[in-house]
Each structure stands twice: as C-alpha cells, then as structure tokens.
Design a protein around this ligand. Structure first.
Ligand SMILES: [Zn+2]
Length: 261
C-alpha cells in the first residue's frame, strides 16, 4: 500500500529515469486504465519532453514541455518498473510510458487499480489536497484548523487527503500510536498538546529522515518494525497490552487500547 514515503521514493526513481527525456508513447494495456486514458488522448504526450516530476500527495505528475501533465496514482498496489522497450513486458504492466531513448517505464499493478491520465495545460484531475504530510509548514495549529470541521474519528480524518495529503492506513495508525492518541478520538476535539505530539509523530513516520519509512521501502522489510499495523493480538511495544483491530470507514485500524487513549 504505497503511502507518502513509498511514493516519494518512486517519484525519485521516475525523475532519474525520465526527466529531460522525450515521450515516444504512452500506452495503456488494461481496459480499466484505458477508460481514463484513451489511445487518442495518450497521443497528446507524444514528442513532448518531460521537464519535471512532481509528487503531490500520493499523485505523481510528469510535467511536459507544452504545459500538459501525465498524472498517475498507484492506489493500492502500483509501482514503477523501469527497463527498456526491448524487454519483455511485465505480466502485470497496466500502462507504460515509453521514451525516445528506449527507456520503458511500466506501471505495474497486480489489481489494476492504478490510474494514469493526461491533463491539458490549465486542467487538473488531481483533487483538492490538504497540506503535504511531509511539509515543513505542518504545525499543530495548522492541523487543528484542518480538523476543526471533521465530525469523524481522528484516524479516518488523517487519511482524508483533503485534510492532509500523503497519509494512508499504515502511517496514520503508526503516527497515532506514537502520539498515544486513540484512533476513535473525535478529530475536532483532540487537545492541542496531543496535536503537537501527533505532528511530531507524523513527521517521524513520513519525514525524509524517517527510519521507519526507509525501512518500509525495502519491500515489506519494515513490517516487523511497525508498532501497530497488522499486529492484532501481539503485545504493544510500549505498554505490553494487546494490539486490537477495529474497522473505521471500511478500513482496518490497528491500535493499542492500553496506551492510546
Ligand atoms: Zn500500548
């Protein structure tokens, strides 16, 4: 489940492989992705130089020289596979960006839930996003304001990309554990000292120097380092209590009822 740190790492690989190069073709191989990007629409990108890569929340944008942008989102399982156009296509390649130097950037996704589209200059299919979770501008005051009208639990509120961009199920749970906040706490009523702890925790889990994040990007290696996520029934590393799992907004939430109050 790619969240901000994984998407940041993916965008870095994309930048290295694509920036400054020219698009030969953008191809979609799966009908679900083709619905959002028809072959005719994909032709807009052909012959355009990729001027920069931008990560916006969990979206990755390839800005093109004429002001258009290739907009991608990994959703639950997506990732880039970077190779050559002469390589055999990955079994789960759902789309590919081919460059004139022979580089092929495949969007690989077992479940084909990823998205790729092209925005013309002035258009944007990226929804309105809150402040980036890794932004240095993130403060407790900012978070208080962003949460002030949210009549939901703090955990689903943190995953709402219009509140804060980049956090998903894993890091929202980990940050709440670090800050000792119950995921069920009403989002608009979390007191200021707790929000201060929460902001520090968010910066720890998604920040550029996050040890947790760098471990997590090693393909699941960090799963063992996570404090609560996917650890139902196991002992809490802080209080020894048993990690519980509940469902919030249709998603599993892992937390320690002993020390997250
Ligand atoms: Zn605990």
């Amino acid at each position: 489940m790619p969240e901000l740190p994984e998407v940041r790492a993916a965008a870095k690989r994309l930048d290295k492989a694509a920036t400054g190069k020219t698009v030969a073709a953008v191809k979609t191989f799966h009908p679900a992705l083709r619905r959002k990007l028809s072959p005719q629409r994909a032709r807009i990108a052909k012959g355009q130089r990729i001027v920069s890569i931008e990560r916006r929340g969990k979206h990755q944008l390839l800005h093109l020289e004429k002001g258009d942008a290739i907009v991608t989102h990994f959703r639950m399982n997506g990732d880039w596979e970077i190779g050559k156009t002469s390589d055999p296509l990955h079994r789960f390649a759902r789309a590919a960006i081919e460059l004139t130097d022979g580089t092929r950037i495949s969007l690989v996704d077992l479940r084909a839930l990823s998205q790729i589209t092209i925005d013309r200059e002035g258009e944007s299919t990226v929804p309105k996003l809150g402040l980036d979770a890794a932004s240095p501008d993130l403060t407790a005051e900012h978070l208080k304001e962003a949460l002030s009208k949210r009549k939901i639990g703090i955990k689903p509120a943190l995953m709402d990309q219009s509140v804060l961009a980049g956090l998903g199920n894993i890091y929202a749970a980990e940050a709440l554990w670090l800050a000792e906040i119950s995921p069920k706490a009403p989002a608009s009523k979390v007191p200021m000292p707790k929000l201060e702890k929460l902001v520090d925790a968010i910066k720890f889990v998604v920040g550029p120097k996050s040890k947790l994040a760098s471990r997590y990007t090693e393909k699941g290696a960090a799963k063992h380092r996570l404090a609560v996520y996917d650890r139902e029934g196991q002992p809490c590393r802080r209080c020894g209590g048993e990690i519980a799992r509940i469902t919030q907004a249709g998603r599993s939430t892992y937390f320690c009822p002993g020390c997250q109050r």
